[in-house]
Design a protein around this ligand. Structure first.
Ligand code: SAM
Length: 523
């Protein structure tokens, strides 16, 4: 039985900076150390008490988180994952950005912050379209201070999408702009939010017309459904306009989550159900996977009850769980997970191996691999896992090891998981797609070397883009006639099997994240 060991392989600096699934292109506006724009001109600042009990804490914290995401390189999902935001530092950020602290957030505030930050990011393009339409000239919008814009976005989102009592929203956001910036900023927020209320009440909100050629229609849809124009054009081309609209609608909804009970710790799905009932978290059993339970709300309660910290369960989308069933791991097998970190799939694979066999978890990212190793210990599956810190392309030519099964869960655009990763749509560029495709080809070539004769290679992504999925497999099969497609139909329910025998989950069709997997058998 192998124990969790770390092996380190050298890798080229060129590949070290290759795109990873979590990579966020650094632009001048989101460089981690770019300075967060703070308050307005100093001569207009008033002396404010450090602890401000008048400003609503959830709005102050939301505005600051939005600034950190847009200008400080923070990731929306990471800020939320920690439960208490960025913990003790949260008020530090608030104080540095706004010039005062608020009272600490309670659980209700935290839920609101999560909702407002996620929603405001998702709806950014639509909100900005309305805000700019309501400013009295284009310059007012283009020259608007970043903090003022965040406050307006929050107000618009609260009124239009959360349907909060409008007068309270106006009052509170005006108050925030006054103390965080200056009285004039408060007056501006007041004027614009009141205009919005009038237009909303008379049902005459500005709206782009869906007419003209493809490009003009894509621009209108990009505003109405708040996505980048290139994504709208791509999805309209691949799936048709109606499906593109359904997909964007899904991406803008509150994400739902599923939990995987960790059988390796003797914790069954029935145990998980019992815990969820005790915590009063509404849930339903997954019809697709026997270890999984779906929840729409209550993730915070699960985190606070310590179920994740104790390694009893993991947050894992069913679409990712189904990739593991496509691999079909068994006790005693020799398996390689090529792009393993942070380990969602590795840990599930390991639990299905019941402590027998060898699972190598390789990744180029040492920090993420460390998280994998720590979670493996916590979930008591470390007895079958060996971590390997390496570039797959270097490892594949340096080692003599050959595996029964190899999983390549490739770095990808993440276009299938936009409902969960609120900010990802604004960070991906069309140019990324080309870079990703060539990285995926290189990684597939490397992974194929490591499959023993008669063995299995599973290629997977969390993308819905044919170029990253079917096209990559077709191109691989041209280069590697020693491999052939093995249909996934024995491993996943029929509704997930494509004509060509690939696994594909679709947000629109299955109400799950989008994912893809192909089983490729080596002669
Ligand atoms: C889609 S993520 C993997 C997610 C993981 N399978 C899971 O289920 O949690 C892709 C991973 O590929 C890794 N990666 C990117 N380029 C690599 C390379 N050349 N060699 C090895 N790993 C690489 C990234 O560090 C990232 O962790």
């Amino acid at each position: 039985m192998a124990h969790l060991v770390s092996i380190q392989y050298g890798y080229s600096s060129e590949l070290r900076i290759s795109l990873t699934c979590s990579s966020k292109p650094l632009t001048s506006s989101n460089k981690p150390n770019s300075r967060l724009p703070t308050r307005g001109p100093s001569e207009t600042r008033r002396k404010i008490p450090k602890l401000n009990l008048e400003v609503s804490p959830h709005r102050a914290v939301s505005a600051v988180r939005l600034m950190r995401i847009e200008f400080g390189g923070a990731f929306a999902d990471l800020l939320n994952e920690k439960g208490k935001g960025s913990g003790e530092n949260e008020m530090g950020y608030v104080e540095r950005t706004l010039g005062f602290r608020t009272r600490d957030l309670d659980d209700k505030d935290l839920r609101l912050v999560t909702d407002i930050v996620g929603g405001t990011i998702r709806w950014r393009r639509y909100l900005d379209y309305l805000i700019s339409s309501l400013c009295h000239d284009a310059k007012t919008f283009s020259g608007m201070e970043p903090l003022l814009l965040q406050i307006l976005r929050i107000g618009f989102y609260e009124i239009l999408k959360l349907e909060m009592p409008p007068h309270a929203v106006v009052h509170e956001n005006v108050g925030l702009a006054k103390v965080a910036l200056r009285p004039g900023a408060g007056n501006m927020v007041n004027g614009i939010l009141r205009k919005l209320l009038l237009l909303k009440e008379s049902n005459s909100l500005p709206s782009p017309k869906l007419e003209g050629n493809d490009r003009t229609q894509a621009r209108a849809l990009a505003i109405l459904y708040s996505h980048p124009v290139w994504m709208v054009r791509r999805w309209t081309k691949h799936f048709g306009q109606d499906s593109a609209i359904e997909l964007m609608t899904w991406n803008n909804k509150h994400p739902s989550f599923s939990l995987r009970a960790n059988s390796a710790k003797g914790f069954t799905r029935a145990d998980l159900e019992f815990q969820l009932k005790t915590l009063k978290v509404p849930h339903e059993l997954s019809p697709n996977l026997s270890h999984f339970v779906r929840i729409k709300t209550g993730l915070q309660a699960v985190i606070q009850a310590g179920l994740l910290k104790e390694g009893l369960c993991s947050v894992q989308d069913e679409s990712a769980g189904l990739v593991v069933t496509v691999l079909d791991p068994h006790p005693g097998e020799i398996i390689l997970d090529c792009c393993a970190a942070p380990g969602g799939k590795t840990l599930f694979i390991a639990s299905l191996m019941s402590g027998q066999g060898m699972l190598s978890a390789l990744d180029i990212n040492e920090g993420r691999l460390r998280i994998l190793a720590e979670t493996a210990k916590l979930q008591q599956v470390d007895n079958v896992i060996t971590t390997i810190h390496a570039d797959l392309c270097v490892y594949a030519v340096d080692t003599d090891m050959r595996f029964d099964k190899v999983l390549l869960d490739a770095p990808c655009s993440g276009l299938g998981v936009l409902s969960k990763r609120a900010d990802l749509r604004w960070n991906r560029r069309l140019e990324d797609m080309e870079e990703l495709k060539s990285l995926q080809d290189r990684l597939l070539d490397a992974a194929s070397i490591l499959v023993k004769p008669g063995g299995l290679l599973v290629y997977s992504t969390c993308s819905i883009d044919p170029d990253e999925n079917e096209e990559r497999v077709n191109s691989f099969l041209h280069r590697h006639p020693e491999f052939c497609i093995d249909s996934v139909n024995k491993y996943v329910p029929a509704e997930f099997v494509t004509e060509k025998g690939f696994y594909s989950s679709s947000p629109v069709k299955h109400s799950l994240d989008g994912a893809f997997a192909a089983r490729l058998l080596r002669a």
